[in-house]
Design a protein around this ligand. Structure first.
Ligand code: V47
Length: 367
């Protein structure tokens, strides 16, 4: 490594990575400023191989969307509806079970649940969904509700975050997804999602979940109005929280999709590029030295770029992702769902070992 990057402007960072030293804010900014993505990839790959060898994880999973009705008005969102729009829906727990039943495969291992914020639904509605799913499918993990949803249902139910999470955990909640993080910096948050719980609140909710034994993921929405410094700030705040409570498992950088939302329409923001996407994955791997995994979300990146990302520090490709709605509303051109065989092919033809997992990274099968 030292030889490979000897003449690179990144050679001092490479030395730190080689020695297993933590990277600084300034290092992070320099990593974002470089166009040498091969050097970035090599460094991120070194770190990932140390943690995961040549193993890449995937899961057979379903998305479940209880509702697209949302009281908030985030500028990047293409998915929300007002309650009176013709395509608005709020599904009862029974309707959700009925719908899942039609798509369920015996090999499904994870339900990933995320939706809008409905003013008249308290925590019992969400707990009922989890209980019904666990009754019908006791062997499937439930990874459900972002910190933003937890905050909102807590407010509606007049209770604190801890009590809300305890009720959901008792109902069967296994993990929290990483959504709602966007960009923590208040200047950006005020412009793109002013109604959402702030960055400190998002981190605190995840910290409480960790204390209750609930594993969680973390995301960063990039490619809109944020600066490189604000990205690095976001990542270092995640790293700091992980030092304190240790329950984050996977980091997922999320590429902004510009169709059918205000940021795309009014600000005329464009799609991110493959170059930018690979950079964000690799830098996530390098700065988040205390996270086990970085995920390439193929729904947004395409399966082809997700495969290349396996050489840029990535150790997870999410899963079969049946019925995704948020990214397709915002213009994603990827298929709805991918087969297990295609995922295995994508991983193994990159020279890696594909390991099927559940939501908590227990091994189900090695391919
Ligand atoms: O929080 C919304 C993002 C997130 C757009 O935990 C958009 O395993 C791009 O969090 N363009 C929800 N992104 C999705 C999410 C997620 C995805 C995959 C895996 C996991 C996990 C979590 O989607 C939101 C927001 O950041 N989002 N609109 C858009 N137009």
């Amino acid at each position: 490594m030292a030889i490979l990057l000897a003449k690179s402007p990144l050679s001092d960072i490479a030395e730190k990575v080689e020695a297993g030293e933590r990277l600084s804010f300034e290092d992070g900014v320099r990593l974002y400023q470089t166009n040498d993505i091969l050097a970035l990839g090599k460094l991120a790959d070194t770190v990932n191989r140390r943690k995961n060898g040549d193993v890449v994880y995937f899961v057979q999973n379903h998305r479940i969307t209880p509702t697209n009705v949302c009281a908030f008005h985030c500028n990047f969102c293409s998915f929300r509806r007002n309650g009176n729009e013709p395509d608005a829906f709020v599904r009862t727990p029974e309707q959700i079970i009925d719908h899942v039943g039609r798509l369920f495969s015996e090999r499904t291992r994870e339900f990933h649940i995320v939706g809008g914020l409905v003013p008249d639904l308290d925590v019992e509605y969400y707990a009922d969904i989890i209980r019904e799913l666990k009754d019908h499918y006791p062997n499937v993990h439930v990874k459900a509700f972002t910190a933003v949803e937890i905050d909102y249902m807590a407010q509606i139910s007049n209770m604190d975050w801890r009590t809300t999470l305890e009720i959901l955990r008792k109902a069967g909640l296994d993990a929290l997804p990483g959504g709602g993080a966007e960009i923590f910096h208040p200047e950006v948050r005020r412009k793109i999602c002013p109604e959402k719980v702030d960055g400190d609140g998002w981190l605190e909710i995840h910290g409480i979940a960790h204390e209750l034994g609930i594993k969680t993921n973390a995301t960063m929405l990039y490619g809109h109005i944020e600066t490189l410094e604000q990205r690095v700030d976001h990542l270092l705040r995640l790293r700091e929280q992980q030092d304190k409570t240790g329950g984050f498992v996977t980091y997922i950088p999320l590429a902004f999709h510009p169709e059918n939302n205000n940021l795309g329409r009014v600000k005329k923001l464009d799609w991110t590029t493959g170059f930018e996407d690979l950079k964000n994955l690799a830098i996530g791997r390098l700065l988040l030295d205390n996270f086990a995994h970085v995920k390439a979300y193929w729904i947004s990146l395409t399966p082809r770029l997700a495969q290349v990302a396996l050489s840029f520090g990535v150790s997870d490709v999410d899963g079969t992702v049946i019925e995704e709605e948020i990214y397709h509303a915002a213009g994603a051109k990827t298929e709805q769902g991918i087969s297990r065989a295609e995922l295995v092919h994508l991983v193994t033809t990159a020279g890696k070992t594909a390991v099927e997992r559940d939501a908590l990274y227990n091994h189900i099968a090695v391919n």
